[in-house]
Design a protein around this ligand. Structure first.
Ligand SMILES: [Zn+2]
Ligand SMILES: [Zn+2]
Length: 179
């Protein structure tokens, strides 16, 4: 069935599933509560879909249920390195709040690497191509956060979020009005 993505309004075919979002990024962004005041320090972003044992948010990707904070890490920051231990490399919450999906509250392994270094190096060269996207208010929050970390160029942000550089620049410069 053709329907509008619940995050970006792109029309897509959900192939008879109950999928409400056109892509994984929209699913993550669209089901995240960024209201100030969440979590121990009041700056967490909470996953709104189901949680698994231990309080970790879950997301359905195809037929599999995955831990959403790991998906967020891979989608927005970079690949999680493979590891031989039973659970593989873990992605930890620096906020100790398992339902949180805020990217800068996530680190993998024991490494307190600078997350934005990883963003710049790895992830933001990819993104959805040829997709005319409407940017939701939730997207704007993510964009402004990523941009505020420095080193993430508007060009990369525009690739990831599927809008022109000019449009991305407008979004970033309108932030005073939106927030
Ligand atoms: Zn979408
Ligand atoms: Zn958090």
């Amino acid at each position: 069935m053709e329907l509008k993505c619940a995050n970006c309004d792109v029309v897509f075919d959900n192939n008879g599933t109950r999928r409400k979002f056109c892509c994984l990024r929209c699913h993550v962004v669209g089901r995240t509560d960024c209201t100030p005041g969440l979590g121990p320090k009041g700056d967490c972003w909470h996953w709104l879909d189901s949680a698994a044992f231990g309080g970790y948010g879950q997301i359905r990707v195809g037929k599999r249920m995955l831990r959403v904070h790991r998906v967020v890490y891979e989608e927005f920051i970079g690949p999680i390195p493979k590891h031989n231990s039973y659970h593989g490399m873990c992605v930890r919450h620096t906020c100790d709040n398992p339902i949180c999906v805020r990217p800068d509250h996530l680190v993998y392994g024991t490494q307190t690497q600078n997350i934005m270094d990883a963003v710049v190096r790895k992830r933001f060269v990819t993104g959805v191509k040829n997709k005319q996207t409407k940017i939701s208010d939730r997207d704007v929050k993510w964009i402004l956060w990523l941009h505020s970390q420095g080193n993430v160029t508007q060009k990369r942000l525009s690739k990831v979020f599927g809008v022109s550089k000019q449009h991305m620049s407008r979004i970033i410069h309108r932030k005073r009005r939106i927030l």
